[in-house]
Design a protein around this ligand. Structure first.
Ligand SMILES: [Zn+2]
Ligand SMILES: [Zn+2]
Length: 250
């Protein structure tokens, strides 16, 4: 495994990568680099998981999200706890310390800013940028990040609608919920699209379903059946799973 290989791997955990599994078998510089990677990736993922629960985050949950083996997760947890980024609760799991949270938000900010920059300035489409951002994250520094921020016009959201934490580490609170939680007849604006899979994003784009688009919920089949929605381009039927991934401003 070369360093180049590792650099093209993911960092925010949405694509699944294996940093912890690969850090043991190369020379010291490479190892230090990929540990930094893996650290950011783990912290960002724990942050994401812990925002939706008060409970400690389990090894199993992390192993699944990061697509690594549970023993690799345990090794990394030990290291991160030792470095002061998280607190371990024996047999239960982990939570981030304030220091860990700061690091996680830094990494999330960088990822989302890169995505915004790639769309606004470099004119990539929204289905391409998640992977590029992953690859670029470890290659840029704070100064580079500031310049991107400026050139992209100080964006508040990534192209998928996710909020960009401020430079001093504050994550904006969004008041949005899945479309499927609302009654028929609801009219609202799309806040974000939760899925970053390129094929699905292209499909959403085909139907003109972007953050900022006004839509109304027209109908819903029972027992988690398909959902009917309407926007400027007409009426569309979406599978329950896709509809679930559209968040609207409550
Ligand atoms: Zn992304
Ligand atoms: Zn995004």
């Amino acid at each position: 495994m070369t360093l180049d290989n590792i650099k093209t791997k993911g960092l925010c955990g949405l694509n699944g990568s294996t940093p912890a599994a690969v850090i043991e078998d190369h020379d010291q510089d490479d190892a230090a680099d990929s540990i930094t990677h893996a650290r950011s990736e783990y912290l960002a993922e724990i942050y994401r998981l812990q925002t939706s629960t008060e409970e400690p985050i389990t090894t199993t949950a992390l192993a699944m999200r990061l697509d690594v083996t549970p023993p690799a997760v345990v090794r990394m947890m030990r290291r991160l706890a030792h470095e002061g980024f998280l607190k371990r609760q024996p047999y239960k799991g982990v939570r981030l310390t304030p220091e860990g949270e700061r690091e996680a938000l830094k990494s999330i900010r960088r990822h989302r800013l890169l995505e915004a920059f790639l769309v606004t300035v470099m004119k990539f489409s929204w289905d391409e940028v998640h992977t590029h951002a992953h690859g670029l994250e470890p290659a840029i520094n704070d100064q580079f990040e500031d310049r991107m921020d400026e050139l992209a016009g100080y964006p508040k959201r990534c192209p998928h609608g996710d909020p960009i934490p401020s430079k001093d580490g504050v994550m904006p609170i969004l008041n949005d919920e899945s479309l499927t939680q609302f009654p028929i007849g609801t009219k609202a604006v799309i806040s974000r699209i939760r899925n970053h899979t390129p094929e699905k994003l292209r499909y959403f784009a085909e139907l003109q379903l972007f953050p900022g688009t006004s839509i109304s919920l027209v109908g819903r089949a029972p027992f988690k059946g398909p959902v009917r929605i309407k926007n400027g381009t007409g009426e569309h039927v979406l599978g329950a799973e896709l509809a679930e991934q559209i968040l609207i401003e409550a």
